[in-house]
Design a protein around this ligand. Sequence first.
Ligand code: NAD
Length: 324
Amino acid sequence: MNEKKALVCGAGGFIGSHLVKRLKRDGYWVRGVDLKFPEFSGTEADEFLIQDLREQKNCESSVITPDGNPFDEVYQLAADMGGMGFIDSAECEIMHNSCLINIHMVHACATRGIKRYLFSSSACVYRDMEPNEPELSEEDAYPALPDNEYGWEKLYAERMSMAYGRRFGMVVRLARFQNTYGPEGTWQGGREKAPAALSRKIAEVEDGGIIEIWGDGTAMRAYTYIDDLLDGIILLMHSDLENGVNIGRQEYVSVNELVEVIADASGKAVHIKHIDGPVGVKARNFRTDRIRTIGWESKISLREGISRTYPWVKAQMEANRKSE
Ligand code: NAD
């Protein structure tokens, strides 16, 4: 009877669907809400609502449990979201749709008595960096100069969440996620991120084949395996850390090196052809001192995470080919 109740917005997406599984394992009663069910596995949510969270009335009804009380915890992960290609080409949709979701959801939560609200922000709130620059701390998000509109929308939503938290006494936690990857992430269709996109390209070519990558491959990135991110989300939600908090593994690789790691996991030799395309920032390095103060550590190396992700992408690709 006393089990905690959590609402996961964006529960049909990559991180949201994994978060539902994690909360269920931790003993919560969970409602998921999204425009769609998870694409690759059934949901483990106790209840799943198909709703458009750009609509205020849908946000208002979602945040109340079946017994008429506000949820104990709301995890806001719904967003119009994708990899670099999507961020580059869909800036109006990102700003319009994600902004509406965030405006209505935080208002619904604060005015209906939600106790704890976690907003999924991003490392994209930070400015562009040079590859060997010292890592940025959370406060370096200001003065603000995000590299893309996705980052500006996240920054606005962070500020709005904090304002609602102050006015209504709602505990607000702002998680700034690093690039996150793992099985059951989008791997085709234009919204996929680099680890999944490159896994697909490598799965598609013969041993010794050529894959195309956008830019010269020197952009530096860090990638966080889904399980590490979930640990951070849960710890942060229950912590007393206010303002933005970075969550991500500090293992930096160039895009060319990422190709090597995935090629090793595939057992293939792969050659790279560099082509024009949206590359994003030159580098992004952030500190994780704040999340470490509450006991978080990344446990999954890039090689380990890719060794779990590549076979999943390959299996999806093969299953798709068979059904064609
Ligand atoms: P995702 O696209 O897999 O999940 C987002 C979900 O939101 C999707 O299932 C989508 O259908 C849903 N959604 C979109 N519009 C909606 C609407 N109007 N109503 C209801 N649901 C709607 O993305 P993800 O990778 O799981 O990301 C989750 C959150 O984490 C997002 O806020 C994203 O910006 C943030 N984030 C992700 C990463 C990453 O690397 N994956 C990095 C930084 C931040």
